[in-house]
Write a protein that binds this ligand. Structure first.
Ligand code: GLN
Length: 364
């Protein structure tokens, strides 16, 4: 065991070296993880701490899901944000990240895509951290809508209006709840929080921001309606702009996996060792992910994958195996609900194969 933990330290050090240069030096063009580092992980570490699985088992599950679904052509890129049609549709990557800083990867895990709605989890976390989970319950809501992510009907039929922080209305409200004096500060706090979860600096994809902001009539209607109902806590256009920027932050599947692993690790980032979220708030956040992370497909997702998770129309999904690790996947083609088909299939298969579902195993 001595030799094993020594190796693990070496491996973790190699990964931190690979990740950290981009973390706090202001670089916006993040380099891929060194392939050599990944090989070292698989060869030297024979047991993955506290995950209940060996490194070989985790890597094999990732590889199998990648092989099974890489040829899938179903669905199409999001097109209501015009620039998202330009993302190469065949991109596909899968990453498992563990709380002790190991990564198991396959495919396009370094490609930067817009985080979109996956960001909503982490801004909800920021509000919980700044205030407490009751602030989310009282000012936004905790209940699933059973309706699409951009539903305006939900605002009219539910007394809470914004309903929960993982649909657009609640996410715009969450941005407006962040303690900030002005828009610049609000954006810096939101961005800094995403970076703290990712353990590195993240770029704003300006072209995605411009494309979405220029066409954000639906979200503008939502922001104005929330304000009208007294459920938005800053000026609507400010909330809309910061929300749209938040959705346009560039992440890789590896970044999403680290963000999820931070939640799996009770709020402490496995790469930086920094506590980003008080562990007391993690269960509430995971519960909202479980009930609302897939919008009107949340029930089906929990019945088939059994893991709290969050999707985004950029093609990213992050799933958390509470207390153990995170699985992230990226692929741009979406189904009708706006969820990445390959990412869903991959995570669902890994969950089924390894028996990860919180209610028991759900084989694909
Ligand atoms: N920025 C997107 C929007 O507001 C996010 C939606 C999503 O990822 N489901 O429409």
């Amino acid at each position: 065991m001595q030799a094993l933990s020594c190796n693990r330290q070496l491996v973790t050090a190699a990964l931190i070296t690979a990740l950290m240069p981009q973390a706090f030096c202001g670089a916006s063009n993040v380099q891929p993880l060194e392939a050599a580092s990944e090989e070292v992980i698989v060869e030297q570490v024979t047991e993955s701490q506290n995950t209940g699985f060996s490194a070989e088992e985790l890597q094999a599950a990732v590889d199998k899901a990648y092989q099974n679904f890489k040829g899938l052509k179903e669905g199409k890129n999001a097109d209501y944000i015009p620039i998202l049609t330009q993302t190469p549709s065949d991109l596909f990557g899968i990453v498992i990240a563990t709380p002790d800083g190991q990564f198991f990867t396959a495919g396009d895990v370094d490609y930067k895509f817009s985080i979109q709605s996956v960001s909503k989890v982490f801004t909800a976390a920021l509000v919980m951290e700044e205030k407490n989970p009751e602030a989310v319950a009282d000012n936004i809501g905790f209940e699933p809508t059973g309706l699409p992510f951009n539903s305006k009907l939900a605002l009219e039929i539910y007394d809470d209006r914004s309903v929960n922080p993982l649909v657009n209305a609640g996410a715009i409200a969450a941005v407006s709840l962040v303690d900030a004096e002005n828009e610049a500060e609000r954006w810096q706090l939101v961005k800094g929080n995403l970076e703290a979860f990712a353990g590195r600096e993240l770029p704003l994809l300006e072209a995605v921001y411009n494309s979405e902001y220029e066409t954000a009539w639906g979200n503008r209607a939502i922001a104005n309606s929330l304000f009208n109902y007294g459920r938005l806590y800053c000026e609507p256009e400010e909330a809309l702009r910061v929300y749209t920027k938040q959705c346009s932050v560039g992440v890789s599947a590896t970044d999403l996996a680290v963000m999820g692993a931070t939640l799996a690790n009770s709020g402490t980032n496995p790469i930086t060792g920094i506590e980003v979220l008080d562990p007391r708030h993690v269960p509430e956040l995971l519960a909202i992910m479980a009930t609302a992370g897939f919008y009107d497909e949340s029930g089906e997702w929990m019945a088939t994958a059994g893991l709290p998770a969050k999707t985004g129309v950029g093609g990213g999904i992050v799933a958390v195996v509470p207390g153990k690790f995170a699985i992230a996947a990226f692929s741009p083609r979406l189904n009708e609900a706006g969820n990445s088909i390959k990412s869903m299939r991959a995570i669902r298969q890994i969950s089924g194969e390894l028996g990860l579902g919180v209610f028991g195993s759900n084989p694909e």
